[in-house]
Design a protein around this ligand. Structure first.
Ligand code: IMP
Ligand code: MG
Length: 174
């Protein structure tokens, strides 16, 4: 089967929106330090771009949870593959994700991280597919709401490929 990637959100659009979110976060966290928690691997590209645009002091940590395999459907299985290095105690934590789809991963993660005593806990996602939501999740910062299509690029993969695309695209199979 041949695969093509159709551009959904261009590099310019994505970068412009990340700048806006960075500005908003800088305002909302004025006078504080924000501790960004990146959900690997998908969140890495977004987090780096976002962090560069935040003007308040930033610290970073990374964690990895299991999500999709080679399929384009959620397995519903959430497991910590790599935990954070640092404690979240008394920190203003902002979880940075690539996409909220069913909401299963994030609802589990936020619950877990909330038990570690952060001063505050918020969620920032580059993409949101509200139509697909199965579990309710409060999203504080959203880059773009997108339709129910499987997307790649800017950290998002299809069977581990396409993460490096500098734009968001839709995989078409024919
Ligand atoms: P959830 O269904 O909200 O738990 O999403 C779990 C994870 O599935 C996300 O963090 C992504 O890594 C992945 N995912 C969901 N939708 C897509 C997509 O359209 N493209 C690539 N990965 C996706
Ligand atoms: Mg992810």
């Amino acid at each position: 089967m041949a695969e093509r990637v159709k551009i959904l959100l261009s590099e310019e659009e994505v970068n412009k929106r990340i700048s806006e979110i960075g500005e908003q976060i800088s305002k909302d966290y004025a006078g504080r330090q924000v501790h960004l928690v990146c959900v690997l691997k998908g969140g890495a590209f977004f987090m780096c771009e976002l962090a560069k645009r935040i003007t308040v002091p930033v610290s970073l940590d990374f964690m990895s949870v299991s999500s999709y395999g080679g399929d384009t459907k959620s397995s519903g299985v959430v497991k910590i593959v790599k935990d954070l290095d640092e404690s979240l105690k008394d920190k203003d934590v902002l979880v940075v994700e690539d996409i909220v789809d069913s909401g299963r991963t994030l609802s589990y993660l936020l619950e877990l991280l909330g038990q570690r005593g952060p001063k505050s806990l918020a969620l920032c996602t580059l993409l949101d597919k509200p139509e697909r939501r199965v579990v309710d999740v409060k999203v504080d910062y959203t880059g773009f709401e997108i339709p129910d299509e499987f997307v790649v690029g800017y950290g998002l993969d299809y069977d581990q490929r396409y993460r490096n695309l500098p734009y968001i695209g839709v995989v078409e199979l024919d």
